[in-house]
Design a protein around this ligand. Structure first.
Ligand code: AMP
Length: 382
């Protein structure tokens, strides 16, 4: 495989999607001396606010894609539901990473789990359901308890239902709109962890430390690093994540979520073809953060040092705590707190408005700081 020359500062990079992940990519790229073009239809998008150029158009808009391809030397994406076809179009004009095929894998839970298995990941038992005629066979194959998940467009626990019988399954399939679904065995989780890694075109892989993730109402609430798991769990998760990245010939930053079961068994849950909420702790606690790493991988540069510099706990700030605006002094009075707000004008329940990282000398002190500041803001008291 021939490897293109690295793109150096001064080049123009593009990102499809203007949410917070696109904003943090844009800020990292600009700090490093790149110019950034954002494509997002929302005139107030978080990334559009800080980009050099904001193309306000739909992700399928042929004219906007042509313009982006003309302006940029390389383009990446900040969310998986960008049409894979748009990446294929852009790839005719400039470097694109991750590629359209890797993105398409992550857009469909069936392809994702099938490919993950092929490339060495252990998964929960699963079965495909496309029509009512598939329900009984899927139930026989997986058994209960199980989770029914829509194959596409599910996130943060949306588009899924717990089912304990074939009748439950039929009712849930109906409620989910009879769209293609995956039935998945419900596992006894002890912990949830994620691996964020970067892979560049030279097949160099850098792993960030494993994060232990705690959710509330299906949305990530806290990430704790270092995770409280045995080294064998970290090794297994990294081995599976790297196998998948190589199997997909993935270039860029990728996150893989795993379940940890009894006796340290590690099971693949899903991948995100982009930086991830559970990697936001890297912004303040690692020698290189996940967005700098995204720039490096996209540009074909050697990867940065992902080493952890301090124990850290990341706390998500959802729109629920805007009543009307949190008292930021409750956070900023602490020297160990680093606040990140995404520039979203309207706060809605469940909407990710920002996050903060709590750094301390020990993991226990970082968790105590996270817990006391959350209580002071009223998070989790509703
Ligand atoms: P997902 O959208 O697939 O990431 O699922 C959202 C959350 O549901 C996960 O973070 C887990 O807490 C839970 N979950 C998903 N799949 C399973 C499973 N097979 N067994 C038990 N819990 C699950």
């Amino acid at each position: 495989m021939s490897i293109a020359a690295p793109l150096l500062p001064g080049a123009t990079l593009g990102v499809l999607g203007g949410g917070q992940l696109g904003r943090m990519f844009t800020l990292a790229a600009k700090v490093m001396g790149y110019r950034v073009v954002v494509l997002d239809p929302d005139p107030l998008s978080p990334a559009g606010q800080v980009a050099d150029t904001h193309l306000k158009a739909d992700y399928r808009d042929a004219v906007a894609l042509l313009r982006m391809g003309g302006l940029c030397q390389a383009v990446t994406t900040e969310f998986e539901n960008v049409p894979a076809e748009s990446l294929r179009t852009l790839a005719k004009h400039c470097r694109v990473a991750p590629g359209a095929d890797a993105l398409a894998v992550a857009q469909d839970r069936l392809t994702e789990k099938t490919r993950a298995r092929e490339h060495g990941c252990e998964t929960a038992p699963f079965a495909n359901i496309e029509t009512e005629a598939d329900l009984a066979a899927a139930w026989r194959a997986v058994g209960g308890p199980a989770l029914l998940k829509t194959r596409r467009l599910g996130y943060d626990g949306k588009g899924q239902a717990r089912v304990d019988s074939l009748d439950d399954l039929a009712a849930a399939f109906d409620r989910l709109g009879r769209v293609p679904c995956l039935l998945e065995g419900f596992l006894p989780l002890q912990r949830e962890v994620s691996v964020v890694l970067a892979r560049n075109p030279a097949d160099e892989i850098a792993f960030f430390p494993l994060a232990e993730n705690r959710h509330r109402n299906g949305i990530l609430d806290l990430s704790i690093v270092p995770a409280g798991v045995a080294d064998s769990v970290t090794d297994a998760a990294r081995r599976m994540a790297a196998g998948l990245a190589r199997g997909l010939d993935y270039v860029g930053v990728m996150a893989v979520e795993f379940f940890v079961l009894a006796e340290g068994r590690v099971v693949f849950n899903e991948m995100a073809p982009r930086p991830h909420n559970s990697g936001h702790y890297t912004l303040d606690a690692c020698a290189t953060d996940q967005f700098q790493q995204q720039v490096r991988a996209l540009c074909g540069l050697p990867l940065g040092d992902p080493r952890l510099l301090s124990p850290v706990v990341m706390v998500n700030l959802l729109g629920d705590v805007w009543r009307p605006e949190p008292n930021w002094l409750e956070l900023l009075r602490h020297a160990g707190v680093q606040l990140h707000l995404y520039g979203k004008a309207e706060a809605r329940p469940g909407r990710k408005m920002g996050h903060y990282n709590c750094l301390a000398a020990t993991p226990e002190a970082a968790l105590a700081l996270a817990e006391s500041t959350r209580a002071a803001l009223g998070i989790g008291c509703d």
